[in-house]
Design a protein around this ligand. Structure first.
Ligand SMILES: Nc1ncnc2c1ncn2[C@@H]1O[C@H](COP(=O)(O)OP(=O)(O)OP(=O)(O)O)[C@@H](O)[C@H]1O
Length: 295
């Protein structure tokens, strides 16, 4: 794909992915430029892993997909040396010592710096003589991040990297990622179910719902586009008749979320506030019947 605009690290146009008759990714188009921290959100089965696998050339689809200017399927070997990827089923060899992994990586990945990995590991409680099998789940994840963050690439793809970790381990994982890897030029794409925790880290969010891309927006755009209104119960009918995206309760009070400015007559009945990413996620990815039950 030589006609790709290289200011975008990932570009998809009308991209779909099927497993037999099951459509996992449904005709999606997007561009991801450099220097972004992108959250890929969606419920179980929304298509996040499938899209990430397609981005690294593990599975093919139809339509166009370009990653770092390469066709992930046709140029997979070249692509794999140019990006950093932690799959959702990531495992490190249990028998290996940390120092042996550094040697292994140096042999496998020309852009890997063992020196850089050692520096990153100083942030963690993982020692170079430790064996993988003796590390806790949180430590293994930190080690894995140190290994792939020591690869000099412009794009990192993380599929549910903090699954199974406690809150402190998740926090230190993301701190290391942001401090040590994100530099304003590199882009990281992270899929996660921990929407609340990750909100402050993200520059952009992509939401998948049953394979469709229902939102692709920067956090600044999100702030200016979506408005929430908390209101008294007495105003509930008036709010409902304006067809908000979502009606819910916040701190015991009814609230509604609108795509754009709520009608002026409603604004007088309630107090505006900034909807959280979780509110938006619920609004855009829940089944309609669940929304009406909740309201
Ligand atoms: N190898 C496969 N064969 C058949 N169907 C598959 C396969 N892998 C995934 N699917 C289906 O494709 C859809 C998307 O799955 P995918 O794993 O991409 O979703 P996900 O958003 O990553 O989900 P989760 O959050 O649960 O990991 C689901 O309906 C899933 O059952």
């Amino acid at each position: 794909m030589n006609n790709t605009d290289h200011s975008n690290l990932v570009e998809a146009s009308g991209f779909s992915l099927r497993y037999g008759r099951k459509t996992a990714v449904d005709d999606i188009s997007f561009k991801i430029p450099k220097g972004r921290v992108v959250g890929l959100l969606g419920h179980n089965g929304a298509g996040k892993t499938s899209l990430m696998k397609a981005m690294v050339g593990l599975i093919g689809g139809s339509g166009q997909l370009s990653v770092l200017g390469l066709d992930p399927r046709a140029q997979r070997n070249e692509l794999l040396t140019s990006l950093s990827y932690i799959p959702d089923v990531a495992v490190l060899p249990r028998w290996a010592k940390v120092e042996e992994l550094l040697t292994l990586m140096s042999g496998l990945q020309p852009r890997f710096s063992a020196e850089r990995a050692r520096t990153l590991l100083k942030r963690t409680s993982v020692a170079s003589g430790d064996k993988v099998k003796n590390l806790s789940k949180g430590m293994v994840t930190q080690l894995h991040l140190a290994l792939i963050a020591a690869i000099d690439t412009r794009l990192m793809i993380l599929d549910e990297p903090t699954l199974g970790l406690d809150v402190m381990s998740r926090k230190s994982f993301y701190e290391m990622l942001i401090d040590e890897w994100c530099d304003g030029e590199r882009t990281v794409i992270i899929s996660t179910h921990q929407v609340e925790e990750i909100e402050t880290l993200l520059s952009d969010v992509m939401m998948l719902d049953e394979g469709k891309l229902v939102l692709n927006i920067s956090l600044e755009e999100m702030d200016s586009r979506f408005v929430a209104l908390s209101h008294d119960a007495a105003a509930a009918d008036a709010v409902a008749s304006a067809h908000p995206l979502l009606r819910y309760r916040l701190q015991g009070k009814p609230a509604a979320l609108f795509d754009g400015e709520p009608p002026v007559h409603l604004q007088a009945l309630g107090q505006r506030f900034r909807p959280s990413l979780v509110d938006l996620f619920m609004a855009l990815t829940r089944k309609p019947e669940m929304q009406s039950r909740q309201a």
